[in-house]
Design a protein around this ligand. Structure first.
Ligand SMILES: *Cc1c(COP(=O)(O)O)cnc(C)c1O
Length: 419
């Protein structure tokens, strides 16, 4: 289990919030610390994920693709097969159990790709809670199908039009709401970031991924894998996949960030590689942030909305600093190539976020031996990315398809009154 030192991982982490939020964070932390030491709570959580989200997710060997690349045997941890199509539901269901224990009736969340908002809206519907989801309006544009479903599920989706209109701005808005509503409202943070105890708590719920990989590897490979590769947005699917292997130094742990268009300022979301992110305090915690020359939070870009974030988990910042986690990045172009390869050779449609892990993993696997095993965490499925993919591979037929869909979306908006 990943444990902080009083909210810190090395120099990173902490709790830098307005005084008004401290009681809520302390209450949450006390409850979480109490429950995580009760084996029956973990069992309750596992049962919920089994009954509702289809866990355990399979570990799928990619036999054809491994042969084609000529290196290590590649396996995918299939978080895409979760209910709602990504790993985010793990964390959200766990926090749902805490909300029930606290007796709160309303949840709020910030979302980038929309996957976390969707997972939160699903959990709120299932548990009978009111939900408000904050989302940058650029992300709303990019991920409209998720917004549509959140609203159908009964959640209130609020468009955030400040700053770069992406995840970091949505996070600021959610914190503002929470400060005003903390008595009745739980803030469902979507990743291993933010003020303590969120990083530690989200890592705890997502650790189910790595625990399963460990068991499945021992069964299916007869040993631990040589490497585990995961994409890194905030870092939750990566830490979830890595957590069970931190004390096995022979297992390489590789986090792949969004290399975007280039490593020029504003063109990527690479925070862990040397010379990119710098230590700073923002959004309630201390970590590596992309910053401009004035020390302000910088602009970010990724073809994958879920990786387009200016900070990164304090746990990953620490594990990269100590050398346990190896940072890597994949450009938009490399990601599209890996995306196509997985589709055509294995018939699996990955999320663009997850395709960063694929790009990094394929590159690594090629340099390894056929008797070695490499696991890539497939954090989510790609259905939500249909329009981005159609745009990225322009063909006349698809341009027509996009135009027709845009028209249809407008009609849909009119019918639902923009709700
Ligand atoms: C949100 C998201 C990510 C990035 O978030 P992490 O906290 O870094 O895991 C990655 N993949 C998918 C499919 C997502 O929805």
């Amino acid at each position: 289990m990943i444990r902080s030192d009083n909210g810190y991982f090395g120099e990173f982490g902490g709790r830098f919030v307005p005084e008004i939020l401290l009681p809520a964070l302390t209450q949450l932390e006390d409850l979480f610390f109490q429950l995580r030491d009760e084996p029956s709570f973990w069992q309750e959580y596992l049962t919920l994920t089994q009954e509702y989200s289809g866990r355990p997710t399979p570990l799928t060997p990619l036999r054809r693709l491994s042969r084609q690349l000529g290196g290590a045997q590649i396996w995918l941890k299939r978080e895409d097969l979760n209910h709602s199509g990504a790993h985010k539901i793990n964390n959200v269901l766990g926090q749902g159990l805490l909300v029930q224990r606290m007796g709160k009736k309303r949840v709020i969340a910030e979302t980038g790709a929309g996957q976390h908002g969707l997972a939160t809206a699903i959990m709120a519907a299932r548990l009978g809670l009111e939900a408000t989801i904050y989302m940058g309006d650029e992300d709303i544009e990019r991920q409209y199908s998720n917004v549509f479903w959140m609203r159908q599920l009964g959640a209130d989706v609020v468009a955030v039009t400040t700053g770069s209109r992406t995840l970091k701005d949505a996070l600021d808005e959610a914190l503002r709401d929470w400060a005003a509503s903390v008595e009745t409202t739980h803030y469902v943070l979507g990743t291993v970031c933010g003020p303590a105890p969120f990083p530690e708590m989200v890592a705890y719920f997502q650790s189910v991924i790595g625990e399963e990989i460990r068991q499945q590897a021992l069964q299916q490979m007869d040993r631990l894998p040589h490497a585990i590769v995961a994409c890194v947005g905030g870092g939750s699917n990566a830490i979830g996949a890595f957590g069970a292997f931190l004390d096995d130094p022979e297992v390489e742990l590789v986090g792949v960030e969004a290399g975007g268009r280039s490593l020029d300022e504003g063109q990527h979301s690479v925070r862990l590689l040397k010379g990119t992110g710098e230590t700073g305090i923002a959004q309630g915690y201390k970590t590596l942030f992309l910053q401009n020359d004035d020390g302000q939070l910088g602009d970010t870009h990724s073809i994958a909305a879920g990786l387009d974030y200016v900070g990164v988990s304090p746990i990953l910042a620490y594990l990269t600093q100590t050398g346990r986690v190896i940072p890597d990045s994949a450009s938009d172009a490399e990601v599209l190539e890996a995306f196509s390869l997985l589709m055509k050779v294995e018939g699996i449609i990955p999320a663009l976020e997850s395709a960063h892990g694929l790009a990094g993993g394929f590159k690594r696997a090629k340099a390894m031996q056929p008797d070695q095993n490499l696991v890539i965490n497939l954090s989510g499925r790609g259905d939500k990315d249909i329009f981005n993919i159609a745009r990225a591979f322009p063909q006349a037929e698809w341009t027509g398809f996009l135009q027709r869909e845009a028209l249809r979306s407008k009609e849909l908006l009119a019918e639902t009154g923009g709700q």
